[in-house]
Design a protein around this ligand. Structure first.
Ligand code: NAD
Length: 384
């Protein structure tokens, strides 16, 4: 059984799918691990450390992909990696963030090649799957880093300080969306001494927000806001109007706004309007973690830092990649835990009766297994 670790080619991707410690554990279990030369470089794991861990370093990318039983990646394969997918053996396994709901065509290609592919976005958010939940391990990093960006850009202290030269009031941080990233943003801002408020349409998060020492901003909505799996639902126009009224007041008084709100499979909801930004104090900061999904702030430009009405608005892309050592370490653990479910006695043994395998496997034996991806492809072919 040969496990291959590909070098990421996406420009802003600094993470690597397996770190040397994980390689050593797999080698100890009798598995063969091959690593593309330079795969861990941007995460500060050099080829020599992988070799010490028992991996074989491969310089020929085509050979790495064509001889893998399981090929591991972080980012979805890029267009120029299509030729390597063509080299993969039918029946071999590809595991990565495949973004099949954003780019369903990848599933079509993988199914056509008879590749068994697992999309890390599709791991169920269940207690049993916690160790495999890469969305959570990476979102937590995004929440942490967003606060550091804000703290660096804010022309003020975060903590309250009593000094001989006077007392400094703590910064006011408003976090919108208290999922995994939002909760880590709250915790990080609290650790830096800020006064934190948070809002989410799912009332269930109130206790978690409060347990981190933040105030939960409540809006009573007359509709169910939580969908299957604990995710947020898209809300009605009336509810949107009511939440925006409440959000406006808190945005206005905040020094920092961190937005993280997302609805799976949909464009991120617009929550911070141009008018709200115009009402903020000059020098305030917005960090929009939802930038890649369209952003929660009207002014957000993905991948850019801009200034409007004296407010600095950050639309960072791939924040986990900016903490590549720990992001890779956690992702690596997620991948090895997933592989434990599909490798038995050194052989591939894919059991669809396992709910994690069933949910995460998007293509197998020439078929697309996920109904949502199939639907998306059908609507795409209607347009084509
Ligand atoms: P996410 O990234 O999909 O969204 C971030 C947050 O934005 C969510 O809390 C969502 O409720 C909120 N949001 C959406 N629309 C909003 C709006 N209009 N206004 C304000 N907030 C809005 O969420 P996530 O962090 O991936 O978490 C999704 C769910 O999965 C949560 O219920 C979380 O508790 C659950 N979860 C469970 C486990 C587990 O049990 N092992 C692990 C991780 C996450």
């Amino acid at each position: 059984m040969r496990i291959a670790v590909a070098k990421e080619v996406e420009v802003c991707e600094r993470r690597v799918a397996l770190i040397p410690d994980a390689v050593a554990r797999l080698v100890k279990q009798g598995l063969e691990v091959v690593v593309e030369t330079g795969a861990g470089e941007k995460a500060f794991f050099g080829d020599a450390v992988y070799e010490d861990a028992g991996a074989k370093i491969i310089t020929d990318t085509a050979l790495l992909w064509s001889e893998a039983d399981i090929l591991l990646k972080v980012s979805p394969p890029q267009e120029r990696e299509g030729k390597y997918i063509d080299l993969m053996r039918p029946g071999s396994v590809l595991i990565a963030f495949l973004n099949p709901l954003g780019n369903p065509v990848i599933a079509e290609k993988l199914a056509h090649r008879q590749i068994t592919s697992f999309s890390m976005e599709m791991i169920p958010r269940s207690t049993r799957a916690q160790g495999i939940d890469a969305l959570s391990s990476q979102a937590s990093i995004a929440g942490y880093k967003a606060v550091l960006i804000a703290a660096t850009a804010l022309p003020k202290y975060f903590p309250m300080l009593t000094t001989a030269a006077g007392t400094i009031a703590p910064a006011k941080v408003f976090v919108i969306g208290a999922g995994v990233a939002g909760l880590q943003a709250i915790a990080t801002a609290r650790r830096l001494g800020a006064m934190v408020e948070a809002f989410d349409i799912r009332p269930a998060v109130k206790e978690e927000v409060q347990s981190l020492g933040a105030k939960f901003v409540e809006v009573k909505l007359e509709e169910e806001t939580t969908a299957k799996g604990g995710y947020a639902k898209e809300i009605s126009d009336d509810s949107k109007k009511r939440t925006q009224e409440v959000i406006a007041a808190h945005v206005k008084s905040a020094d920092v706004v961190i937005t993280t709100a997302q609805v799976p499979g949909k464009k991120a909801p617009l929550l911070v309007t141009e008018e709200m930004v115009a009402q903020m104090k000059v020098g305030s900061v917005i960090v929009d973690i939802a930038a890649e999904q369209g952003g929660n702030c009207a002014y957000t430009e993905p991948g850019r830092d801009i200034s409007k009405h004296g407010v600095n608005i950050f639309g960072p892309i791939n924040l986990p990649s900016s903490v590549p050592v720990h992001a890779s370490q956690l992702y690596s653990k997620n991948l090895t835990s997933l592989m434990q479910l599909m490798v038995k006695n050194g052989q591939l043994d894919i059991n669809f009766a396992d709910d994690i395998i069933d949910a995460a496997c998007i293509t197998h034996a020439g078929e697309i297994r996920n109904p949502k991806i199939k639907e998306l492809l059908q609507s795409l072919s209607a347009i084509r």
